[in-house]
Design a protein around this ligand. Structure first.
Ligand code: PEP
Ligand code: MN
Length: 338
C-alpha cells in the first residue's frame, strides 16, 4: 500500500506514520515530493487493516497496491487453470463446454428425458438443481437427495457429467457423493463457510458471482475455495442487479475479459439467470463465446411451459441444438471449439 499524506502534513506526522508501519511488521519508505509526501509500504500487507492508517494525523488516503486475492490472481500462476469434469469436458482450455439441463430436477421422466435430449443436442454436461435456493419459502424447494439420485441415474444413462447446487456446508458431503461439480449459487456467494467446505471436498466447484458482488469481492470469495487446496474452481457470471428491469438480471459480459485479465481461473456464463427470458438466451450465448467465455451453463427443459421452476428462461432441446451449431461457428472464429 501507499499512504498519501496531506500537503500540510508535518515531519512529525510523517515519522509517526512510518513508525505505525514498522509496528505492523512492514517497512516504510518515505518519498518526499514537491507538494506532498507519501509513505510506500514494503511487504505483504494483506493481513493488516489498511484503512486504520487513515486515522493517523496528516494522512489523506491509503491506496492498496497488492490485489487482495492471492491464489486467484493471474500473477500467482503462469498457465491458465483448466478444470476437467470428465472426459471431453474441460473448462479453461480450447474447448468451450456447454452445461445444459433443467433449473430443477422434477421427476425421473423429466430429468432422464432432459439429459438424453441435451446430450443429443451436443451438450457436454448436465445441470439440474436438487436443492433449490428459492426466494419464497413456500415455493418448490427441490427433491433433495431423491433429486441427486435421479441425476446420478441420468449420468449413468447418458455419460454426461453432473453439475448441481449445494446450499449448506452440512450437505456438501452428500451432494459430493453424487455430483461431479458442486454449484455454489448467487445467494450463497458470500457464505464463506460453504465455500470452505466445498473447497475441502476436493470436488470441482462452479462458483456463481453474487448478484450484488463486485469483481474484486468475487475473486476474494474464490480464494476461500482455492486456499483449501482445491484448484478445481470455475467462476460463473450470472448477471447482477441493476436498475434495468427488461431482464431478470444484467448479464455483465465484460466480466469475462476482466476476470481473465485478473485471474487464471476459467469463466463460464449463465445466460438463463442472466436474462430471465428464453428469447434472449441464444444471442447472449453467442456473445459470450465471442467474448472469450470458457463455458456456458444453460437452462434447458423438454417442456418449458410446464417447468416447475424458471420456465420463462428455459430453452427447448431443439433450440439448444440449433444454438450449439451456431456456437461452433463462432468458437471457430475466435480459435476455440464447442
Ligand atoms: C440456478 O442455476 O438455477 C440458480 C438458482 O442460479 P443462481 O444462483 O445464479 O440464481
Ligand atoms: Mn434456475
Amino acid at each position: 500500500m501507499i499512504v498519501v499524506m496531506r500537503p500540510e502534513a508535518t515531519k512529525k506526522e510523517i515519522e509517526h506514520v512510518a513508525n505505525v508501519v514498522k509496528e505492523m511488521g512492514l517497512k516504510p519508505h518515505v518519498i518526499t515530493g514537491t507538494d506532498l509526501s507519501v509513505v510506500a509500504v514494503i511487504g505483504d500487507d494483506r493481513k493488516k487493516d489498511k484503512g486504520a492508517l487513515e486515522q493517523a494525523p496528516g494522512v489523506d488516503r491509503v491506496v492498496p497496491i497488492l490485489a487482495p486475492y492471492k491464489m486467484a490472481a493471474r500473477e500467482s500462476k503462469k498457465e491458465r487453470t483448466t478444470v476437467k469434469l470428465g472426459a471431453g469436458c474441460v473448462f479453461g482450455g480450447k474447448q468451450v463446454p456447454v452445461i445444459a439441463g433443467p433449473c430443477s430436477v422434477e421427476n425421473e421422466k423429466q430429468i432422464i428425458d432432459a439429459a438424453k435430449k441435451v446430450k443429443a443436442a451436443g451438450a457436454h454436461a448436465l445441470r439440474g438443481g436438487a436443492f433449490k435456493p428459492r426466494t419464497s419459502p413456500y415455493a418448490f424447494q427441490g427433491l433433495g437427495e431423491e433429486g441427486l439420485k435421479l441425476l446420478a441415474k441420468a449420468r449413468a444413462e447418458t455419460g454426461l457429467t453432473v453439475v448441481t447446487e449445494v446450499l449448506t456446508p452440512s450437505d456438501v458431503e452428500l451432494v459430493a457423493e453424487y455430483a461431479d461439480c458442486l454449484q455454489i449459487g448467487t445467494r450463497n456467494s458470500q457464505n464463506y463457510k460453504l465455500l470452505e467446505a466445498a473447497g475441502k471436498s476436493g470436488k470441482a466447484v462452479l462458483y456463481k458471482r453474487g448478484m450484488s458482488m463486485t469483481i474484486d469481492e468475487f475473486l476474494q470469495g474464490s480464494e476461500y475455495v482455492l486456499s483449501q487446496g482445491n484448484p478445481n474452481l470455475i467462476l460463473c457470471e450470472r448477471g447482477i442487479r441493476t436498475f434495468e428491469d427488461h431482464t431478470r438480471n444484467t448479464l455483465s459480459l465484460s466480466a469475462i475479459p476482466e476476470l481473465h485479465y485478473r485471474s487464471h481461473l476459467p469463466v463460464v456464463i449463465d445466460p438463463s439467470q442472466g436474462t430471465g427470458h428464453a428469447r434472449l438466451v441464444p444471442d447472449m450465448c453467442r456473445a459470450a463465446v465471442a467474448a472469450g467465455a470458457d463455458g456456458l451453463i444453460i437452462e434447458v427443459h423438454p417442456d418449458p411451459e410446464h417447468a416447475m421452476t424458471d420456465g420463462a428462461q428455459s430453452i427447448t432441446p431443439e433450440t439448444l441444438k440449433e444454438l450449439i451449431a451456431s456456437l461452433k461457428r463462432i468458437a471457430h472464429a475466435v480459435d476455440r471449439e464447442v
